[in-house]
Design a protein around this ligand. Structure first.
Ligand code: NDP
Length: 392
């Protein structure tokens, strides 16, 4: 029986609330708070059980503290935007509340993905006797746990890791992103970075690609090398890794639109003067693109996200692949959201459940791979994200 505060009423927040409501024996009292209360109320109206809702500006520690002092949650699930991670962590420290998120902190004026800002909270969370769980979505999140599971149960030492994220779905829109457009485009247009023999190698955005044959009828798709935040924590926690890379599929149509938008300056995060006021082109673009939450009823097809791992077992080389396949429309039928929101929201609920029930307990700041993978892997199968493993 626990009180949980969920911040962020977007595509992911909606899934987290729906999934928490499915486990009332753990999440007995739920509050959904976000910048726009009407969005929280609209989600609440679709739920099978009543929850509380509130308006909060999560950029402001004082507003967060007032809300937490009033609602008194044990845990705060942050599914607002990465910009709010530090203010929400500060409020959790001030109020004695455990913390969980799905994306690492990013400064608003620089597309930079690094854990250093959140890892710097280690001592403060330890001293307060609190736990902060970072990156409990799919990637980061499940991919970290898949890696920990592979390292523990299939290898003596892991040497190569390829995280491969395929969205083989189609929403029928000329151009739309499956999660927050601003965050998505900042990530995709950043230089690629991968780990090779103890060094980070940087290459131009989307400049390295090859075909990968996805399982269960999805078939071959082009995957593009990118940088993703879990590479930083995984290379730190699995120091035997000689190579670690992150790959994602994009349709030709998505890339064509993105190229034009970049060429005309619409993806820039540098403020410009327009009609006497400062606007950030990427934030304006977000305002005219479809809301990712609106893609739920439109999207068909499946996602396939997994880890390809190479290493040594009993003195021999071994290659192993573990993945989840998720069907967009089935997600929509269950919780009213497409699979990208679903595959992020379910692991956030599971991470929260493991923290609240004591399966995952500790003080300080944790990445997912630092905790025992077994209970999380078991819950994935039970709560809508079953996984398959193959020895290659
Ligand atoms: P959305 O843009 O759909 O939702 C974000 C929500 O946060 C909105 O409701 C927004 O409010 C709210 N919000 C923004 N700023 C504030 C603020 N200052 N105070 C309070 N609320 C605020 O994003 P998604 O649901 O698609 O993504 C949510 C998070 O999940 C992001 O951090 C994203 O990076 C992460 N993510 C992680 C993935 C993973 O696998 N690990 C995959 C996909 C996403 P309003 O409605 O008023 O704008």
């Amino acid at each position: 029986m626990s009180r949980v505060l969920i911040i962020g009423a977007g595509g992911v927040g909606s899934v987290v609330v729906h999934k928490c409501c499915q486990v009332p024996e753990v999440f007995s009292d739920i509050m959904l708070a976000s910048r726009t209360k009407a969005k929280c109320d609209a989600i609440a109206a679709r739920l099978p059980v009543p929850i509380q809702t509130a308006r909060v500006d999560a950029d402001r520690v004082d507003e967060l503290v007032a809300l937490m002092q009033d609602f008194k949650p044990e845990l705060c699930i942050n599914v607002a935007l990465p910009y709010q991670d530090l203010t929400i962590m500060d409020a959790c420290l001030a109020c004695g509340v455990h913390y969980l998120d799905t994306a690492n902190y990013e400064p608003r004026n620089e597309a930079k993905f690094e854990y250093k800002w959140q890892w710097a909270y280690q001592d403060r969370f330890k001293e307060a006797g609190l736990m902060a769980l970072l990156g409990s979505g799919f990637d980061p999140g499940v991919t970290n746990v898949f890696t920990a599971w592979a390292a523990k149960h299939h290898f003596d030492e892991i040497h190569e890791l390829d995280i491969i994220d395929c969205n083989a779905g189609d929403h029928g829109q000329p151009f739309a992103t499956n999660f927050n457009p601003e965050i998505n485009i900042r990530e995709v247009t950043a230089p690629a970075r991968h780990w090779e023999e103890g060094n980070w190698i940087e290459t131009p955005p989307l400049s390295t690609a090859h075909d990968f044959d996805f399982p269960e009828g999805i078939g071959p798709r082009k995957i593009y090398l990118m940088y993703h935040e879990e590479l930083e924590s995984l290379t730190r926690h699995f120091p035997a890794l000689k190579a670690a890379r992150f790959w994602m599929t994009f349709s030709d149509n998505y890339l064509r639109h993105l190229e034009v938008l970049q060429n005309v300056g619409m993806t820039s995060i540098e403020p410009i003067e327009y009609n006497g006021q400062q606007i950030v082109p990427l934030q304006f673009l977000k305002a005219v693109l479809p809301d990712p939450a609106s893609l739920g009823p439109l999207t068909r097809g499946r996602t396939c996200i997994g880890c390809l791992v190479k290493g040594m077992k009993d003195g021999r080389e071994k290659k192993y692949y573990i993945y989840n396949i998720c069907d967009h429309h089935k997600c929509y039928e269950e919780v009213g959201a497409q699979a990208v929101s679903y595959t992020t929201g379910v692991p956030a609920m599971i991470g929260a459940m493991l923290m609240l029930t004591g399966s995952w307990r500790g003080t300080g700041v944790f990445n997912m791979e630092q905790l025992a993978p077994e209970p999380f892997m078991e819950k994935l199968n039970l709560h809508g994200l079953p996984w398959t493993e193959v020895i290659l």
